[in-house]
Each structure stands twice: as structure tokens, then as C-alpha cells.
Write a protein of this length. Sequence first.
Length: 261
Amino acid sequence: MIRVGVGGWTYAPWRGSFYPKDLPQTQELGFASRHLTSIEVNGTFYRTQAPATFRKWAGEAPDGFVFALKGPGYVTNRRELRESGPSIARFLESGITELGAKLGPILWQLAHTKRFVAEELEGFLELLPRALSGTPIRHALEVRHDSFKTPEFVALMRRFDWPVVYAHSDKYPEIADLTGDFVYARLQRSSADHEAGYAPDDLDAWAGRAKTWKDGGEPPDLPSIAGPAPPGKRDCFLYFISGAKERNPAAAMALIERLSR
């Protein structure tokens, strides 16, 4: 399974470019979820949603569509991650399982000031449950400080079998080592110079990398820190985030088209 999408679905510059000009705003999720195969929900980072909201989202999206949820900042933006157990439970019990089969990975994004401390991170990872009320829960960790670029961090993530988010970014560390049973990539370099956000050759390259990940391989042109992971087929989630945000839906659709060939 390869899922491709963008961050969120409410963005004024998309109206008239991605969304038809006469499309009611209340129908934007329904439209987006039929042109993309996943969306990363950033709103869950900023505020707690109600169970009815998750049910509504699930009802508007078609079968096969997947939502990735960004874990809330009140969990990750703290001095000591090992003390976040009650906050993690608050988020996970807010109704996310109402998404049913459309519930994708949970993205936990650490602050850019958070440094790698093995004992602290291990304690945090131990707090992340693998199931909730019988529903499997998948977690991905995004780090934003160069201190994480160490084989010790990669080994720790592999022990827990959760992926390190690959950030294709000019600002944050790129760690492409495979550490879990799925891949989560955030592509943050779209440009307004290209109608589809990226040059055609770059989109071709991302399609090739996604297929390599899915088939159990590791793209040789991406930066890694430790040795190769054991081979095995992996689900892949790729999101066009930041950059020239107005171009990101076009980038996602262009990548989906390439993957469908």
C-alpha cells in the first residue's frame, strides 16, 4: 500500500486551483479525499477533536482513504517526554478510533529544540500503545534536531519497530534509515516554479523511491546513518507539506498518477 496526500484540506489558495471555484467549503474534504489517497491532519496538533468530528471525517471520505493524525503539541512540546503518559491517553481516547479502517499512522513531531537523550526517548516510546480498544495503532516519530543523527537513535527505533519520519527538508535533519514496518515521508521542497510543485524528473524519482520502499528495499540516494534494515514489504505514506503549499495538491496527484502506471 502506498498512500499519498497533503497536510490538511482547508487552505484558501486551493480554492479555484485545486478545488473548483463554486465548490462549497463544506464539501472540500469529500473532494480532496477522492483525488488524493491520504491526508495528514494537522489540526489535531493544536486542539482536541470530538468523537463526532472523527465520525464526520470518516463519513465524508471514500473507502480505502486514510487519515494520518498529528499527535498534539501538549504531548511532544514538553521538557520531559517520559511524563507524557496521561496526555497521550487523553489524545488517543478522544475518539480517533471513530475513523475505523480510515485511521492511519499517528505522527509524533518533536520540537526542533528537543535533543536526543536515549533514556528519555525510550521512556516515551514505551508509552505508545500498539492497540486501542482492539484497533491497531501505528506510530511514527519525526525528530528535528541534529543530535538524533546517530546509530544509537536508529537502533532504538528499530527495537520498537516504529519508523523515523523521513523529512525531505532544507531545515531539519534527513534520516532515511528504515526502522519500522512502514515508511512515513514528509516532502517539504515543493516550488512555485513548477506547476506540479516538483520537476517531472523529481516526481519520477519519488515514485521510484516509494516503490522501492514498498517492495522492501532502501533507496540508495537517500542519507542513512546505520546499516540496512531487514528486507520486507512496507506500507508507505508520503505527504507534500510546506514548501510552495499552493502546489502541493498538484504534486500529490502527479505522484499518484505515476504510481498508478
